[in-house]
Design a protein around this ligand. Structure first.
Ligand code: ZN
Length: 505
């Protein structure tokens, strides 16, 4: 096959894979938003069919042959050198998807899905009953399958690398561990210094905030961020998420709480940050590359908007007037700075998903350390509760009273998602590194944010990060944007500066 016809074949296959993936996403979005409950069984069958079709396309001989004709292999992922930059990157992405899917036997995929489904059901019951022993056999099976999967996928140094690579391409456990260890050394004393100070008053957040006004304010902020409602929507769900249904269709969701408008607001800004990434791919980016490059980079975008922008002083100096117009009685006697302090309250807490931005990464390190020990076979699943409590004491200074509020609080391990957790904290580190560079490129960035100009930052993120989709790996992106590899220092400087001002440390 000639280069041109092999490329045409690959583009056609990529297009169909992308159409199928977006169709699957539409089914998933509908299931969480408007689907009537009785439809659940057939919806599951529809989703399984779409997944099977995608798998068939990705592992097809047609795709494999076209890659081979272009000289693409694991050792030569860009194929022969006479192709355009976009084509070369596209070949690498397709080769990666093709080999990963080929390496894992179909029998294993089915076993993994069945185990995840029964483990998740068992986890829900075990957590409710605070009964770790009931969950243990499922956890043991999940760990066994994770080790098996790592063997199928292959790795150079250690099994964990193969699992991490699924979510954070080319990242290594060793590099993550190094960054996290350095971070913990500085973060633990910072948390101690903060919690020794008086906590800000956030009681006004618990007044009653009518939902329609919350929705209007959320849409106002999303629009200011640059979220384009002509290619998106904001709907209500139980657990908020953002999903891409097409190159020009990126949806966000939220959940409103009458007694705390900040829960929904920050979830809207967070999911909006994910959405801007997906809306920002260059128009000429091939379908095979129209995706976030990793979960960590995706999370860097959501967390930058949520925490670094949405919880900044200039943001509230600008947006407080609008908020007070919407909620005049609830915010009587409250100032912009009062809101800024309240939304940045730091406390040692047990539950990861409610943690503030300072303690959050410690919750992740705890999980990462245990996962790494499990995959190195230094820790047995049955010893997780004790190990969890030890790590919690060491990193967070508190011990959960129950396993339900400790090692059984998250769904991830029941789903077989070992290797997923670190991407949350990597998002914090990447985000701070990108923002350090953005601030040096845009010296008046914070004046702009204070004047309501979020478009300049959005433009910078689009040009430097979003436009490339998954054409660059996380490491390539960091190198190109920041000129250095993963490092904890930008995140630490950001936290120290912000919280010294907030808590007068
Ligand atoms: Zn997120």
């Amino acid at each position: 096959m000639s280069n041109d016809s092999a490329l045409a074949t690959l583009n056609e296959q990529s297009k169909e894979i992308s159409l199928l993936a977006h169709t699957g996403a539409l089914l998933g979005w509908d299931q969480e938003t408007y689907m009537p409950p009785a439809a659940i069984e057939e919806r599951g069958q529809q989703q399984a069919l779409i997944s099977a079709l995608i798998h068939q396309r990705i592992t097809s001989d047609t795709l494999g042959k076209a890659l081979e004709d272009l000289g693409v292999s694991e050792a030569t992922p860009f194929g022969r050198g006479d192709l355009s930059w976009n084509d070369q990157r596209s070949l690498r992405a397709l080769m990666r998807a093709y080999t990963r899917h080929k390496k894992i036997p179909e029998k294993f995929v089915r076993e993994e899905a069945a185990t995840a489904s029964s483990a998740q059901a068992a986890w829900i019951k075990a957590r409710e009953a605070n009964d770790f022993q009931a969950f243990l056999p499922h956890l043991e099976k999940t760990v066994e399958l994770s080790l098996q999967k790592a063997e199928y996928l292959g790795y150079k140094n250690e099994a964990y690398d193969a699992l991490l690579d699924q979510y954070e391409p080319d990242s290594k456990a060793e590099d993550v561990a190094r960054a996290f260890t350095s971070l913990a050394k500085e973060l633990v004393p910072l948390v101690e210094a903060i919690v020794a100070k008086p906590a800000p008053d956030d009681s006004f957040l618990q007044k009653s905030y009518p939902l329609p006004d919350q929705e209007a304010f959320s849409k106002h902020i999303l629009t200011a961020m640059g979220y384009d409602f002509s290619m998106g929507r904001l709907d209500v769900v139980a657990h908020p998420f953002c999903t891409t249904l097409g190159r020009k269709d990126v949806r966000t969701t939220t959940h409103y709480y009458e007694k705390d408008f900040t829960k929904s607001l920050y979830s809207v800004i967070h999911e909006g940050g994910h959405a801007l990434y997906e809306m920002g791919f260059a128009d000429d980016l091939p379908d095979s590359l129209a995706d976030g490059t990793s979960l960590g980079i995706h999370e860097s975008q959501s967390r930058t908007w949520e925490n670094m922008i949405g919880r900044s002083r200039p943001f509230w100096q600008k947006n407080f007037a609008e908020l007070k117009t919407a909620f005049p009685s609830q915010l009587a006697g409250v100032s912009a700075d009062d809101v800024w302090r309240a939304v940045n309250k730091v406390e040692k807490s047990l539950i990861r998903i409610y943690a503030d931005e300072v303690t959050y990464s410690l919750h992740i390190m705890l999980r990462f350390n245990l996962e790494l020990s499990l995959m190195r076979k230094d820790l047995k699943p049955r010893d997780i509760p004790a190990a969890w409590n030890d790590e919690s004491k060491r990193l967070l200074g508190i011990v959960p009273p129950t396993d339900a509020d400790g090692c059984m609080q998250d769904v991830h391990w029941s789903m077989g998602g070992i290797g997923y957790f670190p991407t949350y904290a990597l998002g914090n580190l990447y985000g701070a590194m990108f923002m350090e560079k953005a601030q040096s490129d845009i010296p008046d960035l914070w004046t702009r944010v204070g004047n309501g100009d979020l478009a300049t930052l959005r433009g910078w993120l689009k040009t430097n990060i979003h436009a490339f989709g998954s054409a660059k790996t996380p490491q390539e992106l960091l190198q190109d944007v920041c000129g250095k590899p993963l490092d904890h220092s930008a995140f630490m400087s950001y936290l120290k500066k912000k919280y010294t001002e907030l808590y007068q440390l």
